[in-house]
Design a protein around this ligand. Structure first.
Ligand code: ZN
Length: 164
């Protein structure tokens, strides 16, 4: 698994320990989100694929990330696999490439990454890309970055955008 535990903690403002109580050499420890831990019992191993808590035992790392950030598994996959710079969906209409980016709110917490992503989309797809959000209240938040819509309006927006 291509997962950098320390960078992840920095990016998402999660307190972490690299040494001290409970911390094995090379591991990144956090307050375990699974067992009411108040200290530093949860550890992510150096290769980033394995999680173990001294209080409650082993868990899948993806489950830990999901619980820590309160996000869906879909978003966990994007974080873990570092796939956030490619659009979620691309397709061609009349020889032109269009892109759809699906957002559930996580990137709003990572301004740098979001701005980089928008820059990439603008560079590669010009005005032929669309953000689709999972909740209505997110439309306004993402609209300052580009054309944004809810799932139920996707077809309408796409038809307009592609001129079909
Ligand atoms: Zn625990």
């Amino acid at each position: 698994m291509n997962f950098k535990a320390k960078q992840f903690c920095i990016d998402y403002n999660i307190p972490y320990w690299e040494s001290g109580n409970n911390v094995s050499p090379g591991w990144i420890n956090i307050t375990c989100p699974m067992c009411g831990d108040k200290s530093s019992h949860g550890g992510i191993n150096p290769n980033g694929g394995y999680y173990h808590c001294w209080r409650c035992g082993g868990h899948a790392l993806k489950q830990i990330i999901k619980t820590l950030l309160n996000i869906s598994y879909f978003e966990v996959e994007k974080i873990v696999e570092h796939e956030t710079r490619e659009p979620d969906l691309t397709f061609r209409v009349k020889g032109k490439l269009f892109a759809i980016e699906i957002e559930t709110g996580t990137l709003l917490r990572k301004k740098d990454q979001l701005e980089k992503k928008i820059k990439d989309l603008n560079g590669k797809y010009k005005n032929r890309w669309l953000i689709v959000v999972s909740k209505r209240e997110l439309v306004n938040k993402y609209s300052s970055f580009g054309l944004c819509t809810q799932r139920k309006w996707v077809c309408e927006k796409l038809e307009k955008m592609a001129g079909i």
